[in-house]
Ligand binder design. Structure first.
Ligand SMILES: Cc1ncc(COP(=O)(O)O)c(C=O)c1O
Length: 363
């Protein structure tokens, strides 16, 4: 008897494993494993979400018109070029489905977000990784890895899990060095946390031509990861492709309403930004005092390096934190076994992590 077999590539996928959220023996844990919003969502977004509940028998507006207009007004964009999705994950997947298939290559950087090779394989395309330099995307190595089969280049800017970023000049150099037929996808999930004046999320690059897309999410600074909402800013032809292949009602009505309220609550986003910048700097300084090196981060997480010494390595540190009810993200699946990725949390959470590390380091 033969059984149904999936398309080539599917069984090569290692399923994405999200951060853990439970620890046996702890009723409450400190979860700093998934780059979620430290302060939770805007109370206005929560109110908008709740107000939608009684209307859940109605299908949502499949065109997400109001949210697209809100985003356009807030960020000075053309609403027709915006496509909303159930998380930016959905949009990344749709971009691969729309533009790459068997025989095509999807290029990403060595420590790029793990979803890119998964999406490539799911569409039957071949993922290709270009080495990084100093845990930072290398434009030269990406360009050197381009072949006539390359259809998409994914760059997370800033990148997860490294926390590093590329300047506007580097991103433009990348685009200028790519053949015109290659789609450059700038995944700017952490854009709102960046406080550098040589950074841009990529709107200008999208508008400058027809082969750059920028994706954004409500899961990070807006702290709505559980609701699944993201958006893409696209050249008109790419928006057209996404609108043809996405589900007709891919974003829930409660997510649309909460997203609109979140974007309008500028004060809350500012508060989260300031909280993040303050505690990121504090955390990196405290780690430094304990002799722990961290990768310079412009995001809401920090990649921390541990010595290889038994008892002092990343695995031992992870075990020690877990013993205190603190969950962070081990980096073995990214090929970075000496590192832990730690999300910036609330004040008390950051203090608890540093106290746990002080004990671990014998300080
Ligand atoms: C770089 C990057 N892109 C995209 C995503 C997916 O975000 P969403 O929750 O919008 O699907 C994440 C989530 O961690 C991310 O780190």
């Amino acid at each position: 008897m033969t059984s149904p077999s999936p398309r080539p590539g599917i069984m090569d996928i290692t399923p994405y494993a999200g951060g853990e959220s439970k620890l046996t023996g702890f009723d409450r844990v400190i979860k700093l494993a998934s780059n979620e919003g430290a302060l939770g969502p805007s109370p206005k977004a929560v109110a908008a979400y709740q107000a939608e509940a009684v209307g859940m028998h109605r299908y949502p507006d499949g065109s997400a018109a109001d949210l697209r207009l809100t985003l356009a007004a807030r960020f000075g964009l053309n609403a027709d070029r915006i496509v909303c999705g159930a998380g930016s994950d959905e949009l990344l997947q749709l971009l691969v489905r729309g533009y790459a298939g068997p025989g095509d290559e999807v290029l990403h950087s060595q420590y790029g977000f793990l979803i890119y090779p998964i999406d490539a394989k799911a569409s039957g395309a071949t993922p290709v990784a270009a080495d990084e330099v100093n845990l930072t995307t290398s434009v030269d190595r990406l360009l050197a890895a381009v072949t006539e089969r390359t259809k998409i280049v994914f760059v997370a800017n800033p990148n997860n899990p490294t926390g590093t970023y590329l300047s506007v000049a580097e991103m433009k150099r990348l685009r200028n060095g790519l053949p015109d037929h290659v789609l450059l996808v700038i995944d700017a999930a952490y854009a709102e946390f960046v406080d550098r004046n040589d950074y841009s999320a990529g709107v200008d690059m999208v508008e400058a031509g027809d082969n750059v897309v920028m994706t954004r999410t409500f899961s990070k600074i807006y702290a709505m990861g559980g609701l699944r909402l993201g958006w893409a800013y696209c050249p008109p032809a790419v928006a057209d492709v996404l609108n043809r292949i996405r589900g007709p009602f891919n974003v829930a009505s409660a997510a649309l309403a909460a997203g609109q309220a979140a974007i309008e609550d500028v004060d809350f986003a500012d508060l989260v930004f300031r909280h993040n910048s303050y505690w990121r700097e504090w955390f990196v300084r405290e780690l430094g005092l304990l002799g722990l090196e961290s990768v310079p981060s412009v995001t809401n997480f920090v990649l921390v390096r541990f010595p290889k010494t038994a008892g002092q390595n990343a695995a031992a540190a992870d075990l020690h934190l877990r013993g205190k009810g603190i969950i962070v993200r081990p980096m073995r699946s990214y090929g970075l076994p000496d590192y832990l990725r730690i999300t910036i949390g609330r004040d008390d959470e950051m203090q608890a992590v540093v106290a746990a590390f002080q004990e671990f380091r014998g300080a």
